[in-house]
Design a protein. Structure first.
Length: 168
């Protein structure tokens, strides 16, 4: 009787432990797409170099997505990094400015819009192919240079932000 209870207990323990096994969460594709943007460097001329992990149907769409993500992050969210020169506040500090000036920013970010002249690509590195819903996307690591000072000047000229000399 005791032998039968021990066998059943052991069998239940094995089944319980086997069912608790989790799937690996850090696959190669998720490693590159978890963190979307990171600051590489900033210079005294107002340029910031950021590394963006972007996906697209092909290389050009991934690069376009990376440029747009870089500008939006610098404009609305800012970048906090371990590097002292990279810890910057967002350009647009007003809450809900993206919704308030929706027409302006839709025009600014449309395909072929004015946002393109404030960015340049330094380096592009292919990371992996990612399959989402049966469609294959290419994942890239893109280093984008964003001209922060020129964006600030433009937004101040358009009266989206107030440009105070004491505030940096």
């Amino acid at each position: 009787m005791i032998n039968k209870v021990l066998r059943i207990s052991f069998l239940l323990l094995v089944v319980t432990l086997a069912s608790c096994k989790s799937k690996p969460t850090n696959t190669m594709a998720s490693f590159y797409t978890d963190k979307k943007i990171d600051c590489v460097s900033a210079d005294m001329y107002g340029n910031e170099v950021v590394q963006v992990f972007a996906t697209g149907r092909n290389r050009s769409t991934a690069i376009a997505e990376a440029k747009e993500e870089a500008i939006k992050t610098i404009m609305f969210r800012g970048i906090v990094s371990d590097k002292k020169e990279c810890s910057v506040k967002p350009i647009v500090k007003e809450a809900n400015a993206e919704e308030r000036y929706k027409k302006y920013f839709d025009k600014f970010f449309k395909k072929g819009g004015k946002n393109r002249k404030y960015t340049s690509v330094r380096r592009v590195a292919f990371q992996s192919n990612v399959v989402k819903h049966g469609i294959t996307y290419e994942s890239y690591s893109v280093e984008v240079t964003v001209n922060r000072k020129e964006i600030e000047k433009r937004l101040a000229k358009e009266k989206i932000i107030k440009f105070n000399s004491y505030e940096k």
